[in-house]
Write a protein that binds this ligand. Structure first.
Ligand code: FES
Length: 93
């Protein structure tokens, strides 16, 4: 998509301490994906990276911790200013 046609990014939040810019109404998962990152969580037993798979709330591969609350599906939660999003390992932080 052309930069000219892209809406202005007006929200900032952090993902693992790194500042991410997003458009109002964008999901956390979409904003992280757009920033170039692909891994949102790690598997419980082998610590393997997982990212967005279905993008519609079914697979649970996008689980993250948001403001200290674990098990949030990044593909469903809309970004809000100053959110603190962190990678989740298994079902815990
Ligand atoms: S990507 Fe499948 S539930 Fe979020």
């Amino acid at each position: 998509m052309s930069e000219i046609n892209s809406p202005a990014k007006n929200i900032e939040f952090t993902f693992n301490g790194e500042l991410i810019s997003a458009v109002s109404g964008q999901t956390v998962g979409a904003a992280i994906l757009e920033s170039g990152k692909r891994s949102l969580r790690k598997t419980r037993f082998e610590n393997k990276p997982r990212g967005m798979f279905c993008g519609i709330g079914i697979c649970f591969d996008c689980l993250v911790s948001i403001n200290g609350v674990a098990n949030q599906r990044a593909c469903l939660v809309q970004v809000l200013p100053n959110m603190n999003v962190q990678t989740q390992i298994g079902s815990k932080l």
